[in-house]
Design a binder for this molecule. Structure first.
Ligand code: UD2
Length: 302
């Protein structure tokens, strides 16, 4: 990638911090983050950190200084969105709109919007392609979908070069383990590291498409580089589905442990199967590189 000024919103978060690490070697990076998620990671030397909110005037000023915006900042807790839908709406919808509105006045080269597979809601068919119905089951899913709609509308109406990403289940050692709603991989890792059994909700035969943050970063790089990505939506997954039982087995292998698994009642509203059709991302040259076994082995070194 040629040297550019890139604004990464949520640059201290799980995904934003890896994007910062990857892009900062060749570009000027500005991180805008409200420090709402505990960061276990230092901002690399030379990266400008602005502590602030995506809804504020500061965000507008920063967008005006950049070539590329990668917008990852969001209220990401599905459960919190159920309890405080207004809070979720303000952060995810109004925050996104504030950035888009600022971007409208500029000659931005790319605006990458991080959506979520939560926009799909219940799985109607698998693998899930981008044309799968969108029937979100939470205010979070609605706010992510609304952000997408605004972003794509800004492309159609104002020619803003927008690309939308719908990540499936992202994992990395930097996911916040103190958040009770962090992903199953982080939960299993924490348990097994502490010598306790992983807890499986339901029969464990439900499946997910777990994607390493490194593959997400590869795909974002393609979205920024390729003009074919403009005005389009891309699933970000591996195209492989793994059951929660199999996941527990791989996590145990990483730590050489053999604890009995603990089964509890299934979570209400849990989706049974989820796996991405990644044909659209493949047209950009995307190939997932990190197997689940390799990705999880990285946790052992943390
Ligand atoms: C993912 C996203 C969520 C939202 C949702 C939309 C993550 C972390 N969460 O929720 O933000 O986008 O998709 O569909 O990416 N499980 C256990 N034991 C545990 C924890 C979880 O068995 O200790 C099961 C859980 O019941 C589910 C599976 O593992 O069947 C994955 O759970 P998750 O919370 O990691 O992610 P998911 O897909 O429910």
């Amino acid at each position: 990638m040629h040297s550019q000024t890139i604004l990464i919103t949520g640059g201290l978060g799980q995904v934003g911090s890896y994007l910062t690490d990857r892009f900062c070697t060749d570009n000027k990076i500005i991180v805008l983050d409200n420090t709402s998620s505990p960061c276990r990671h230092e901002v690399p030397a030379g990266v400008q950190l602005v502590v602030g909110d995506i809804q504020g005037p500061e965000a507008v000023r920063l967008v005006e200084q950049t070539d590329v915006v990668i917008h990852t900042a969001a209220q990401i807790d599905v459960n919190r969105s159920m309890e405080q839908p207004m809070f979720d709406c303000e952060n995810n919808i109004l925050g996104t709109l504030n950035l888009l509105e600022a971007a409208r006045q500029t000659n931005l080269k790319r605006f990458v919007y991080f959506s979520s597979a939560a926009v799909y809601g219940d799985t109607i068919y698998t693998p899930i392609d981008e044309n799968h119905p969108t029937q979100p089951l939470s205010p979070y899913g609605v706010s992510k979908l609304t952000g997408e709609q605004y972003a794509l509308m800004y492309h159609r109406a104002f020619n803003l070069p927008v690309s939308v990403l719908r990540p499936f289940n992202i994992y990395s050692p930097r996911q916040d383990p103190s958040n009770p709603y962090s992903g199953v991989i982080t939960k299993f890792m924490e348990k097994v590291k502490a010598g306790q059994s992983p807890i499986i909700f339901g029969d464990g035969e439900q499946t997910r498409d777990f994607i390493s943050v490194h593959d997400i970063v590869d795909l974002v790089e393609l979205l920024v580089e390729k003009d074919e990505a403009i005005g389009k939506v891309f699933n970000a997954g591996t195209g492989k589905q793994t059951s929660v039982n199999r996941l527990a087995e791989i996590v145990q292998n990483v730590f050489d442990s053999n604890l009995p698994l603990e089964y509890q009642d299934a979570r209400t509203g849990d989706i049974r199967h989820s796996v991405a059709d990644i044909s659209a991302a493949r047209t950009l040259g995307f190939t997932p590189q990190v197997s689940l076994e390799e990705g999880l082995a990285e946790f052992a070194g943390e």
